[in-house]
Write a protein that binds this ligand. Structure first.
Ligand code: BGC
Length: 755
């Protein structure tokens, strides 16, 4: 098969069993070779923040170790950078490593929404916000695919927990799917054109994602125009025939001898249209053809390690910094007590299929020591990772803390606590660490710096009021140690922002009462009120809000302007939002300018504010920059299941620009003009809806007018508040109202609906 070959003709030349073979891999990591077409197998590899390629003679699953590769920061850490350009760079580097390992498709990025901070795989995902997740993932995919290596955007869709992940049904209403769980996929698919999408393990409203025709066909290919291949998550296929029929192209790992037979038999018996099998096989060939452009590459390990450090530093979030304790200035008299096993044994990634075998690992303790050559740096482990209370270790830590000018304690979860396959049960730090940090906070609060190395939020209440400074470093890959040293000493000015809220307690989380579900179902009962949308709607305090993060400098915001042009009805509404941001401090630094929009009066429950734009600016001291965001009608709309489309309701909207979702610096109200598209009136429409409609109401009124006077129900206006909510058809059984079945049919036909 050569480039430009007619793939449909190539597939047409194959017997059904050979087509079925194409739709299954040949082993755990490869697509099937078809020698008669000159088709070589393609290698797929995890993903997402580094390559996890089993050595050639290794086990297929790769659990016994993989070829060394750069362990870039996990998605949680990358997302906290809010930096599209950086994500693109990491994508390019991943692409180069994939080329070097002869990998055609990298199984990532994972872009599921962080519905609950308990989800075991949150470290592999970007954000609780779909706008942010989509923008960042698209940049990474663009970078990766610029190397002619395919991305596999996963896990499509509504895979937001690990508990019972292969069977659970995510029961989620249509509006919530459209507004929260699908837009990141939609954005990546429509702008970055990933080569592949990976379906999820779970069911979506009762239908396995691997055979969900609406998701895989109608939406993904139909509405979004996806032209790539859909691969199953590993083991996600319930029914291989239903999967092909729904639009799943490649089933992994292959259930050889069974799935292929079932598919071939279904085609022979006419149960599966041959055209469905042909379409899937053609898309596998198209992937093979795309992958042919890839060329081998050599990896500059030092350069990639340095990028891993830079990326890790960009995602570190300075949560608080009372009294300007940070940055630490190197000085001969300075004594720094570094506490915590995690400073010596760093936790750089989570567990599961994403686990990379790093090429090298920076150790925070060593890096901090090297960055403070004149200071005296002492160390105490304080606790054992995964161990129980150890008074001797804690005592030694408190002793060195007492004598130090500054105490830096490293906290986090033990290996395996954040993993694919299961969720966390709580948001707490291990009890030994929580006890230790409380004691340190009491003893050395104003001198205490807490460094969190976790893949997702942990509860900080109980000690963070006393600690002077708190940093969240996430699970930040092999360069995290140097990155932390650079941020702690000011070589890098922190610029990370929270891509997920840090709640005060687990019970405050919007999904709390509906996570992780029971008896095979998880009800997405909080609807669109996920993450900050939920905390804000409930007016609930949080420890640190979405979008929050401090810098060693300060930024000023001014001159908000909002200009509206076009109209929603004409389909060309555009809202330009501009402001000016200035670095008011003495150091160069980066600010993430965030744009939020809200519709305070709407016919459906809407979040008070939603992120609709962001940009990261690097400013020298005193430098100022104009920022511009362009909003479209979609940014102001909600998904209306009744209309089956995005609806923009006219009225007042709030536009706010700020440094976090709860630090809005500039706000404006704008009046948006437009008309809500009317729904066809039917017998199921209520009496009040009929009367409110200009055309339908006139027809009903005309029918209920006798001798120029109101008749039937119109003659009894006092009844309207009581029976206005009745569907018209139900009122045909009520005597004296003048509403007959024949009238309803006649009116409905006139209104374009059905009785
Ligand atoms: C995970 C995927 C991964 C695949 C292959 C699955 O268990 O859910 O994210 O890409 O395995 O390792």
């Amino acid at each position: 098969m050569a480039a430009g070959d007619d793939l449909s003709a190539a597939v047409g030349s194959l017997a059904d069993d050979r087509k079925a073979a194409l739709c299954l891999g040949s082993d755990f990591w490869h697509t099937a070779p078809i020698p008669e077409l000159g088709v070589e197998p393609l290698r797929l590899s995890d993903g997402p923040h580094g390559l996890r390629t089993p050595p050639d003679r290794g086990d297929h699953v790769g659990l016994s170790g993989s070829v060394p590769a750069t362990c870039f920061p996990t998605a949680a850490a990358l997302a906290a950078s809010w930096d599209r350009e950086l994500l693109r760079e990491v994508g390019v580097a991943l692409g180069v490593e994939a080329r070097a390992q002869d990998v055609a498709v990298l199984l990532g990025p994972g872009i599921n929404i962080k519905r609950s901070p308990l989800c075991g795989r949150n470290f592999e995902y970007f954000s609780e916000d779909p706008h942010l997740a989509g923008r960042l993932a698209a940049a990474l995919v663009q970078g990766l695919q610029s190397q002619q290596v395919g991305a596999s955007v996963k896990h499509f869709a509504a895979n937001n927990q690990e508990t019972d992940r292969l069977r659970i049904s995510a029961d989620v209403d249509e509006r919530t799917l459209r507004e929260i769980y699908l837009p990141a996929f939609e954005y990546v698919v429509t702008t970055a054109r990933p080569w592949t999408v990976m379906c999820a393990y779970n069911k979506v409203n009762g239908v396995p994602a691997s055979q969900h025709r609406w998701l895989l066909h109608d939406l993904l290919r139909g509405e979004w125009g996806f032209d790539g291949l859909v691969v199953s998550d590993w083991g996600a296929v319930h029914d291989p025939v239903a999967a092909v029929a729904a639009g799943l192209d490649l089933q992994m790992p292959p259930d050889l001898g069974s799935a292929d037979r079932a598919i071939t038999a279904a085609v022979s018996s006419g149960r599966l249209p041959r055209s469905a099998l042909d379409a899937a096989a053609t898309r596998v060939l198209a992937l093979v053809q795309r992958a042919r452009r890839r060329r081998p590459a050599a990896v500059d390990r030092r350069a990639h390690h340095e990028l891993a450090r830079r990326a890790a530093a960009a995602g570190i979030v300075l949560l608080k910094n009372d009294g300007g304790l940070l940055p630490l200035a190197d000085a001969p008299g300075l004594s720094v007590a570094v506490i915590g096993e995690l400073a010596r044994t760093p936790q750089i990634q989570g567990a599961g299929s994403s686990q990379v075998n790093p090429t090298e690992v920076d150790v925070p303790l060593q890096e901090l020591g090297a960055a403070l050559p004149s200071a005296q740096v002492s160390f105490a482990a304080g606790y054992q990772l995964g161990g129980g209370p150890d008074p001797a270790l804690a005592g030694e830590a408190l002793r060195i803390a007492a004598d130090a000018d500054v105490v830096v304690v490293f906290l986090g979860l033990p290996p395996g606590a954040e993993s694919e396959g299961y969720d966390r049960g709580d948001l707490d730090l291990p009890a030994v660490q929580a006890d230790l940090v409380r004691q340190l906070a009491r003893a050395a609060g104003t001198r205490l710096v807490v460094v969190l190395c976790t893949g997702a939020a942990v509860v900080t209440t109980g000690w963070d009021r006393q600690a002077a400074a708190v940093l969240e470093c996430w699970l930040a890959g092999q360069g995290a140690g140097a990155a932390l040293a650079r941020v702690l000493t000011g070589a890098v000015n922190p610029s990370g922002r929270l891509a997920e809220t840090i709640p005060r307690r687990l019970a405050d989380c919007p999904s709390f009462l509906n996570f992780p579900g029971e008896q095979g179902h998880v009800r997405y009962g909080e609807g669109v009120f996920v993450g900050y949308r939920g905390y804000d709607a409930a007016g609930r305090p949080v420890a640190y809000p979405f979008g929050h993060g401090l810098s060693y400098t300060r930024f000023g915001y001014r001159d908000l302007r909002v200009a509206q042009s076009g109209s929603a009805d004409a389909g060309d509404l555009a809202v330009a939002v501009t402001c000016t941001v200035t670095n008011l401090g003495q150091r160069a630094g980066s600010e993430v300018v965030q744009l939020y929009v809200g519709d305070p009066v709407a016919s459906v429950a809407r979040p008070p504010r939603e992120l609709k734009g962001f940009t990261k600016l690097h400013l020298q001291p005193g430098e100022q920059r104009a920022v511009r965001f362009d909003l479209t009608a979609r940014d102001l709309s909600f998904w209306s299941p009744a209309h089956q489309r995005w609806v923009l309701e006219p009225g007042e909207f709030r536009v706010a620009v700020g440094a976090s979702s709860r630090d809005l610096r500039l706000q404006r109200r704008i009046a948006v003009r437009g008309q809500v598209p009317s729904l066809p009136l039917t017998g199921a429409s209520t009496l009040a809806e009929w009367l409110a409609d200009p055309v339908g109401g006139a027809a009903l009124r005309a029918a209920l007018t006798a001798d120029g006077r109101p008749a039937g129900v119109l003659a009894r206006p006092e009844l309207l508040p009581v029976i206005g909510s009745f569907p018209l058809l139900r009122l045909t059984a009520f005597p004296g109202l003048g509403i007959t079945r024949q009238l309803v049919e006649q009116l409905s036909a006139g209104a374009g609906g059905e009785a």
